[in-house]
Write a protein that binds this ligand. Structure first.
Ligand code: HEC
Ligand code: HEC
Length: 303
């Protein structure tokens, strides 16, 4: 137990445990020894509810036997298993080592399954029902909390089932995304754009790129301001996967749609992160997952 910085708590807990066991023994011994004086009819003289009287019979032997057994069991348990402070027990058992053994066993049992996909192209794995069943479970356990169980994402978390990619949708790009993670950074740009009125004009120009309803006078005024944005989002706002800048000329919005949402992006910027999975998942698992994700936007085209 490395989180104990000194022995105080360990000793405190161990002493408490030993004392309570000794206390049980003492209690048993005292009750066996001491007789409460009783009246001639073997009652203690206490009377409740007018005629309810307390008899003074000794504890039944089976009950004492069980009590003694639990004490022996407790002592035996504390010798074998961890329980006395930081003493790890003779058997050296811990929930962590049990878990690690289970994981190692499962990894070994699954190794031949993954091995059969090692040399297979990811496009083919995506058509393999058994591999996709594994992919689905991996996705549910590791990805669905952010991307949704249907992988359609939500605000800030990209939809993985469409053909709109921030970082690229080729199988090896998806592997790269999952393995190393991704960081999408849009700096606050208001200063570069000008006044809030300029930002509003620019937002209307951005809306015009995808043919969304907009104020065309404002869009016309905002157009020239887009030069600072084009460095990342490309001329015409078509996006740039090298820096993870989204396409602004489609109707897909990661951070919300409309004038206010775009002005918010320009004013405040955004730092968005996909956590790296290397270290959490094996290379083989990542390959299956990437094939599973790729399959969403590249469904089989009939037999
Ligand atoms: C903690 C939340 C979180 C988890 C868990 C997570 N992701 Fe992501 N993922 C994100 C975010 C946020 C982005 C967008 C990054 C950006 O804005 O550049 C992203 C981006 C991606 C992309 C790139 C999409 C594109 O358009 O290029 C892929 C592919 C992806 N995730 C797959 C996965 C897979 C597979 C898993 C499971 C192993 C997973 N993600 C787990 C948050 C998460
Ligand atoms: C340094 C590169 C960079 C510059 C410059 C930049 N952006 Fe971005 N922008 C990004 C990135 C990266 C994202 C995606 C953030 C993420 O991963 O969530 C983004 C996201 C956005 C979004 C959200 C898109 C969506 O789908 O919800 C809007 C709108 C946007 N930018 C508009 C602009 C405008 C307007 C400008 C110019 C004032 C601009 N950006 C300048 C990199 C940039």
């Amino acid at each position: 137990m490395s989180d104990f910085v000194n022995n105080f708590w360990s000793n405190y807990i161990a002493a408490g445990t030993v004392l309570s066991i000794l206390g049980c023994m003492l209690l048993l011994w005292l009750t066996a020894r001491k007789r409460v004086p009783s009246d001639a009819d073997n009652t203690t003289g206490h009377v409740w509810d007018e005629d309810l009287r307390e008899a003074n019979n000794p504890l039944p032997m089976w009950w004492i036997g069980l009590f003694v057994l639990t004490i022996f069991f407790a002592v035996g348990y504390l010798v074998v298993f961890p329980g006395l402070g930081s003493f790890s027990g003779q058997a050296n058992w811990s929930t962590r080592s049990e878990y690690e053994e289970d994981v190692a066993k499962a990894t070994k049992a699954l190794a031949p399954v993954y091995a059969s996909y090692a040399s297979m192209p990811m496009e083919d794995i995506a058509r393999e029902p058994k591999a996709m069943a594994i992919g689905e479970r991996l996705f549910m356990n590791n990805c669905s909390q952010c991307h949704g169980s249907d992988a359609r994402g939500s605000k800030g978390f990209p939809n993985l089932t469409d053909k709109d990619w921030l970082h690229g949708g080729a199988p090896e790009k998806i592997v790269e995304t999952i393995t190393k993670g991704r960081v999408g950074v849009m700096p606050p740009m208001a200063v570069a754009v000008g006044s809030q009125d300029d930002v509003k004009n620019l937002a209307n120009y951005v809306l015009s790129l995808s043919g969304a309803p907009h104020d065309s006078v404002r869009a016309g005024l905002g157009k020239s301001k887009f030069t600072v944005c084009a460095a990342c989002h490309g001329i015409g706002g078509v996006g740039n996967q090298a820096v993870g800048a989204p396409n602004l000329s489609d109707k897909i919005w990661l951070h919300g749609y409309g004038e206010a949402a775009i002005m918010q992006m320009v004013n405040a910027g955004k730092h968005n992160e996909m956590p790296a999975q290397e270290g959490r998942l094996t290379e083989a698992q990542i390959k299956l997952l990437a094939s599973y994700v790729w399959g969403f936007s590249n469904p089989a085209t009939g037999p």
